[in-house]
Design a protein around this ligand. Sequence first.
Ligand SMILES: *[C@@H]1O[C@H](CO)[C@@H](O)[C@H](O)[C@H]1NC(C)=O
Ligand SMILES: *[C@@H]1O[C@H](CO)[C@@H](O)[C@H](O)[C@H]1NC(C)=O
Ligand SMILES: *[C@@H]1O[C@H](CO)[C@@H](O)[C@H](O)[C@H]1NC(C)=O
Ligand SMILES: *[C@@H]1O[C@H](CO)[C@@H](O)[C@H](O)[C@H]1NC(C)=O
Ligand SMILES: *[C@@H]1O[C@H](CO)[C@@H](O)[C@H](O)[C@H]1NC(C)=O
Ligand SMILES: *[C@@H]1O[C@H](CO)[C@@H](O)[C@H](O)[C@H]1NC(C)=O
Ligand SMILES: *[C@@H]1O[C@H](CO)[C@@H](O)[C@H](O)[C@H]1NC(C)=O
Length: 798
Amino acid sequence: MSSSSLYAILLLLAFATLAGAKDPSTPLYNYKYVCDANRLKAGGLDIANLAYCDKTLSYFQRAKHLTDSLTLAEKAQLLGSLNKGAPRVGIPRYNWWSEALHGVSNVGDGSKFGKIVPGATSFPTPITTTSSFNESLWKAIGQAVSTEARAMNNLGVAGLTFWSPNINVVRDPRWGRTLETPGEDPYVVGRYAVNYVRGLQDVEGQETAKDPNSRPLKVAACCKHYAAYDVDKWTDKGNMLIDRFHFSANATEQDMVETFLRPFEMCVKDGDVSSVMCSYNNIWGIPTCADARLLRGTIRGDWNLHGYIVSDCDSIETIVQSQKFLDDTPYDGVAQALNAGLDMDCMYYYQKYLESAALQGLVKERDMDNALINDFVVLMRLGWFDGQPVYDSLNAKDICSKEHLDLATDAARQGIVLLKNNGNALPLSTDKHKNIAIVGPHAQATSVMIGNYAGVPCKYVSPIDGLKVYANVTTQMGCADVFCKNETFIFPAVRVVRNADATIIAVGLDLNVEAEGLDRLNLDLPGYQNMLIRQAAQASKGPVVLLIFSAGGVNVTEFHKSNDIDAIVWAGYPGEQGGAAIADVLYGKHNPGGKLPITWYPGDYVSQLPMTSMNLRPIDELGYPGRTYKFYNGSVIYPFGYGLSYAQFTYAVTSPQKMVSKKLAFNLHCVQLSFNNTAYVPPCHGARISDLACDQDDITIDVSVTNTGKVDGTETVILFSRPPQGIVGAPIKQVIGFQSVSVAAGKTEVVTFSLNSCKTLSIVTGSAYVALPTGQHTIVVGTGGNAIEFPFQVTLKK
Ligand SMILES: *[C@@H]1O[C@H](CO)[C@@H](O)[C@H](O)[C@H]1NC(C)=O
Ligand SMILES: *[C@@H]1O[C@H](CO)[C@@H](O)[C@H](O)[C@H]1NC(C)=O
Ligand SMILES: *[C@@H]1O[C@H](CO)[C@@H](O)[C@H](O)[C@H]1NC(C)=O
Ligand SMILES: *[C@@H]1O[C@H](CO)[C@@H](O)[C@H](O)[C@H]1NC(C)=O
Ligand SMILES: *[C@@H]1O[C@H](CO)[C@@H](O)[C@H](O)[C@H]1NC(C)=O
Ligand SMILES: *[C@@H]1O[C@H](CO)[C@@H](O)[C@H](O)[C@H]1NC(C)=O
Ligand SMILES: *[C@@H]1O[C@H](CO)[C@@H](O)[C@H](O)[C@H]1NC(C)=O
């Protein structure tokens, strides 16, 4: 061997080692659990005898012992997400940052794919999964993801703390991170959060505990980004206007309570999440990660979080360097965050500056201890200190298992929304539609389907792969990419559709158009996509299906009306199995039942108001229409909750209950609401729910759902309440419950809603009180043609 080839091999080895950091062929860490008696024996540390490993003590006591044994420098080190541990007392390094938005992800260095685990199941993005309105599906996905995460942790390539889900409400359709979220309704978003978090976190049989701070966790979830975070980077006509690092979301207290905080409150109180992440933006000029009222006051105080509060990554640096909040030095910045209640810093600011801030007297060491205890207790609940034997057997066979891939396919099928189906053009039939064409920039979609915060998927089934199971498929993209800037590609696409028995035009957006750090300019399909649709549709002789990939709604007014387009299907971003699900829906193997979790506004909606206007309610003086189905009364392409089926369903309300009566103690007052000047004003407008007995469900509504179609189907019944007329600022209607149900052709099923009047009939007043108005409310069942409604009376007795 020549010396130069030896040199080459050495170089290769060096590169292999470097690459190994990104693509581990060895585990990221080599310990099973911290208090393993054998772990540090060779080094002379009898770890099992340390007080923090004493299992007869509570987690809190053990965490306190550990904290008490640390130096100030070690404490600062351990308060950072990517830390070196405290080897002196046996604490190994730990990387807190892993992600699992819709499958284990490698965003965040705490989890990696490579030789040991090449990929994990990539479920549909949350906006698509949400469209199923199926709470058991949301939880089942969380369970599958946490099983894969635990298996990866056993193999040494994943952490135990996952900073998912993203539960910010979609206030504006331009928001780039819509794909990560459960849509525009705070209650639906909250229910998604509760189910997904419980799926990730709950250890079977130990869903509740006397001491919630000792309840074991499968993995730790995190509800983010708290709060009012929904602007990423908004440019108007090419001019940069604002980004998330500089935006102050000046939301009214009414909107905070009703919309921006509500999903977080449900996540903490009903989901018992073990972490909340604060956001980059300010609210009224105060960075959320330095806002003691929001963190210490609301999350830890009012909601009683059992867990830790973490910053978004480099948030404190952003506060100091980009926002120049109060002209902070880095020492002021870390002190404000710690004092506000921030227990863990994603990245290095605490590690660099907290020790000195403590020595300067800007923070108390005791507050650092308390933050550390919040962090350590979560690691104890995860078994990081003592092991978690129930999951020991999970390994590579549990990742990308057939069961999980089937669940990913099923989730995509349940999430796909049928928006138009003229003359029952769909489903296609394998007899009549043997030779089909699929054209458009997403005909061969693969990575587009998994969106962001994805990992490495097990495998992709693209739309064309999925359709090949049913038919002979020819294809042409018709565009070079999603921007579709070159019309010369359209003609070849038109040529392939001419002789096809059916045409599928796969269009839409991708992460180049809507993504983290990138809000949309408008709602239009990019470039020449509209022209491609028109020309391909005109040239087709068979049925034409417009298949849309996007998170936010797109401007398809023309195609909804056009006779050249027979059907429109929204696939969202349907995950790695998306193509199989799409084909199953188009060929009728699965009857679609998905419903829109967001309003599809007409194209000109976004020219009527800036993205930076936080108000949900209309602002008449400025001509801003309201936002979301709750406050926007203008025309839409498709309303929130809309979605068709190959069957038809009718509703009937079978329960007799039409009123509820509450008692207001004699020494308490009715609340003042404001009424418009033509409205009837009752003597007692209503009561604050904090003044009423609200712990019991007091309304039962049975809805019978009849499938009058020829095929079996799934229908989601969405229940809304409409407050009494004339109350200024009240929502048009609001979701109070939803349930999906399978109904065989010709059959009827009954779904029962048990509701709590204080929660479901209340409104948030202008002064941010939650109040139950007296008088005639309306219950609305469903959206669209088959919706029915009936009056529901609320009376207050003194
Ligand atoms: C929000 O409020 C802060 C503090 O009052 C103010 O400095 C800022 O200009 C406001 N921003 C917007 C976008 O209204
Ligand atoms: C594909 O085309 C061939 C030849 O026309 C035909 O025999 C076959 O049945 C088609 N396959 C499907 C799945 O329709
Ligand atoms: C459009 O694509 C054609 C064929 O690839 C190419 O010749 C032409 O230069 C492109 N036009 C533009 C404006 O990029
Ligand atoms: C886009 O929106 C505008 C205004 O809402 C509408 O007139 C136009 O037809 C829409 N474009 C398409 C392709 O639907
Ligand atoms: C719809 O909302 C706008 C904006 O507040 C308002 O001016 C208009 O009167 C409303 N229209 C109806 C029919 O309620
Ligand atoms: C005022 O309330 C009445 C019902 O009492 C309603 O019909 C009317 O539309 C309301 N007007 C406005 C401007 O909201
Ligand atoms: C909801 O999802 C679960 C889990 O995938 C599934 O078993 C169930 O059939 C779904 N419910 C309906 C009504 O489709």
